[in-house]
Design a protein around this ligand. Structure first.
Ligand code: AMX
Length: 440
């Protein structure tokens, strides 16, 4: 894929002096102080990661390469005749910061097709696993199984200059990304559709082919495009993105790094929340004999969840302090395509009821919905009712952002990550010193 790589190399060469100058002349400039609360409390708010691919403002939400979600969707070339853009064009955009032309997006789509064939041994690995294995475990294992093909590790062992690391990383990442829709659809149909499979159509883009291989009619192809783009990147500090970055910082290749990131995404406080949301709403409707709850029944159910020490899935965020624009983008899709769907109505009722209850409880810093509160409803509407599969869909999307990031990590020569730990006694000593200081 000469053109994207050429553009990317140009961007890398333009960028490198900025990183070099910052390190050479300003390395001691402080970005903030780290408190005891942050050291114990999951490093919340500690500014110690760098990425130019996306930035998460607590009030505004995500911007991809400086663009909001609506701006991104509007700027990227749409697949002909479809509502949503090429995922492949979005990959170009995340990597270079440049909006591709329709021809450029199509070229990437062609390159993805050339790389998309999944080797049989990957299916063999999946087939050897007990059929009740969680689909995220299968997804992660499938990714890891392909590590033997890594160009990066091959070139590394041959001997390669550090400045060139990004190139085989790009090759691995692109091949991996191109294969993920097939792997995800294979897991889905093996587990839930009687082990029947549908091959890709060489005339379709990534979103179109994913819908086809899942066996779901239009507009599921647009759902896939929207879903993959919305879930791609949320700056670097979230568990999946940070894990991919951390593992890759040891010069582990893209296969090792992405597989590890997927294991983090599979946690219920992170990507698995979309599964939890559907489990919660389905349980509630089941209890009520399949009917929508009254306002009172819903409030009681939300309080019951909180009082039993559980979280309300799909609500809250470590950084955001308003409704997630990824939630809103999906809500708009629902209002257009499935406004009367009972599950969407229930999710909309929760959207009204949950925030004031979380505020009244007074624990969650952000009482508003995140991306996961809305995404399962759309899947359910189009027939993907097996909610344990939802995080795999998130994973295909998250691969786009995390892989783009580790290509840039290599291009800018980011070192192995190694923060310093302290002991509890050291924290106590620091606390005592601070107390003594303020008593003076
Ligand atoms: N329901 C109930 N309690 C919640 C809550 C929720 N949705 N969100 C936060 N809280 C609680 C926390 O558990 C914590 O309680 P504690 O003091 O007893 O430990 C307290 O409020 C303070 O937490 P916070 O600072 O507001 O959030 P956080 O940064 O520690 O955690 C998150 C963020 C997302 C893990 C949390 O809001 C949560 O558990 N939400 C529900 C799960 C969810 O939707 N996860 C998906 C997030 C998006 C994603 O990554 N896919």
């Amino acid at each position: 894929m000469a053109k994207l790589k050429d553009t990317l190399l140009k961007k890398i060469e333009e960028h490198r002096p900025r990183t070099t100058a910052l390190l050479k002349d300003h390395a001691d400039v402080k970005l903030g102080e780290v408190t005891i609360g942050q050291a114990i409390g999951g490093a919340r708010g500690v500014r110690c990661l760098v990425t130019d691919i996306s930035y998460l403002d607590p009030m505004e939400g995500i911007r991809f390469r400086g663009k909001t979600i609506p701006e991104t969707f509007a700027a990227l070339p749409a697949v002909p005749g479809q509502e949503y853009p090429y995922v492949e064009g979005f990959w170009y955009f995340l990597l270079t910061g440049q909006i591709p032309t329709a021809a450029e997006a199509n070229e990437i789509a062609e390159d993805f097709k050339r790389r998309a064939e999944v080797p049989q041994y990957v299916f063999d690995v999946l087939r050897a696993m007990p059929r009740d294995t969680h689909p995220m475990t299968m997804f992660s294992a499938a990714i890891l199984s392909m590590q033997r093909e890594s160009r990066f590790i091959h070139e590394y062992h041959k001997g390669m200059g550090k400045m060139d690391y990004w190139d085989p990383m790009y090759e691995d990442a692109t091949t991996l990304l191109a294969r993920l829709p097939r792997i995800a659809a294979y897991i889905y149909r093996m587990k839930y559709r009687g082990d029947t499979h549908i091959s890709a159509d060489p005339n379709l883009d990534m979103g179109g082919n994913f819908a086809r291989m899942m066996g779901i009619d239009k507009p599921y192809d647009d759902v896939a495009r929207m879903y993959f783009i919305l879930h791609s990147d949320h700056e670097s500090g979230n568990v999946s993105a940070h894990t991919v970055h951390l593992v890759a910082s040891a010069l582990s290749d893209a296969f090792y790094a992405l597989s590890a990131g997927m294991n983090g995404l599979a946690g219920p406080l992170h990507g698995l929340a979309n599964e939890e949301v559907l489990r919660w709403t389905q349980n509630l409707m089941e209890k009520l004999g399949g009917k929508l709850p009254t306002e009172k029944q819903l409030k009681d159910a939300l309080w019951e969840t909180l009082n039993s020490g559980q979280v309300i899935p799909g609500y809250g965020h470590a950084v955001l302090r308003k409704t997630d624009p990824r939630y809103m983008a999906q809500r708009e899709f629902c209002l257009k395509h499935l406004p009367d769907f009972p599950l969407f109505k229930l999710v909309s009722m929760i959207y009204e009821a949950a925030p004031p209850i979380l505020q009244e409880q007074g624990k969650a810093k952000n009482p508003w919905p995140n991306v996961d509160a809305q995404s399962g409803v759309i899947q359910w509407y189009y027939g993907v009712t097996e909610y344990e599969f939802y995080t795999v869909l998130f994973g295909v999307g998250r691969a786009i952002g995390t892989l783009a990031n580790i290509i840039w990590d290599r291009a800018l020569g980011y070192p192995i990550e190694r923060p310093k730990s302290v002991t509890t006694a050291m924290l106590e000593e620091a606390a005592n010193k601070a107390m003594a200081g303020s008593a003076k």
